[in-house]
Design a protein around this ligand. Sequence first.
Ligand code: NAD
Length: 351
Amino acid sequence: MTRFTYTGNPARILFGAGRSAEVGSAVETLGCRRALVLATQHQKADAEALSERLGALSVGVYAGAVMHTPVEVTETALKIVAETGADCVVSLGGGSTTGLGKAIAYRIDLPQVVIPTTYAGSEVTPILGQTEGGRKTTVRHARILPEVVIYDPDLTLGLPVPMSVTSGLNAMAHAVEGLYAQDRNPISTLMALDGLRAFATSLPVLVRSPQDTEARAEALYGAWLCGTVLGTVGMALHHKICHTLGGSFDAPHAETHAVMLPHTAAFNAEAAQAELAAAAELFGGSIGGGLWDFAKSIGAPLSLKEFGLVEADLDRAADIATENPYWNPRPIDRASIRTLLQKAWEGVRPD
Ligand code: NAD
C-alpha cells in the first residue's frame, strides 16, 4: 500500500499484572475526585472491592450494566451520577459495562477509566452501540473514547474458559476485518497481525490452563491490539452480519462473532487473498478453514443453530444484512450472503 492516511486515537494504556492498584492515581491524573464505579450485577462484588480501594475517591457502585446498553439503564445511571456528584466513571468489566460508561460520557462528557475483564476491545474505540425500543444503533464520537485503560491480566484469571474462547475470537474478528479494511494503514496491519498471533498462541494454553498468567497477559495484549484496530479502521461484512444477528435476533455477541468469523473470512478471502495471506499462515495456510479448525480445537461453538436461531431466521437476516449498501472487499448480494449464513447455521467447515 503506497498511499495511506493514519489517524490514531489518543490513548493512555496502563498494562501489566497488578496495575489495577493504580486506579486511584489514574482518577487523580484526570483531575477527578469523585468516581462512580460501574459493573454488571455479576461483577458487583469486584466493583465494590475496587470502590473500597478507591476510598475517598469513590462515590459508590452502580452495578446495573447489561448487554447492548439499553437507553433506560443509561438514564438510571445518569440520575445516580447527578445525585452523587460523580465527576468520572470507572468501568470494571466487559463490553457491556464499558458501553454504559461510554453512554454516560457521550451525553455529559464525564472522563472514563476502563478496566477491561474480557477481550471485546470496546475500551479503545470511540464507538457506542446502544438500544432503544428494541433497535440497536451505533454512534461514533470523540467524547465516547475512554481516557485511560488499565489492562490487568490478574482480573481476567476468572474469565470462564468458554467466554475466554468466544471473547478471543470476537477480538480476532476485529483484526481480520482490519487487514482488508479500505482505510487500513501499515500500523493497523501490524497491530492486527500481532493481535492474531497473540490469540493464536494464548488461547490454546488458556483452554488447558485458565490460570496461566503469561497466557492471560498475552491474550489481553491481543485484545488491546485488536480493539485498537476496530477503533481505527472501518469494518465490513463480518461486523455487519454479527450486528444484524445480535440486534434483530438477540444472538449472543461474542459467540456469534466466534461462529461467523471463519465463514466471513473465507468469503472475503476470494477478494482479499493478498491482504489475508500473512494471517492465513498463522492458521495453516487457509484463512477460513484454518480459523474453523482453530476454533474447533479450542472448543468454540461452530454453528448458529446452537443459539436457538431457526433456519427461517436466515432469510430475514440475509435481507437485513444486505438492505443498505456498505463497503466490503468482495461485492455482496443477497443470495451469496444467504448461502454463507446457511453454512454458518449448519456449522460446516468453510474451504
Ligand atoms: P459482557 O460485557 O456482556 O460480559 C458478559 C458477562 O461476563 C457479564 O455478566 C460480565 O459481568 C461477565 N464477565 C466479564 N468479565 C468477567 C470475568 N473476568 N470473570 C467473570 N465474569 C466476567 O460481554 P462482552 O463480550 O465483553 O461485551 C459485549 C458487549 O460489548 C456487546 O453489547 C457489544 O456490542 C459490546 N462491544 C462494543 C464494542 C465497541 O467498540 N463499541 C466492541 C466490542 C463489544
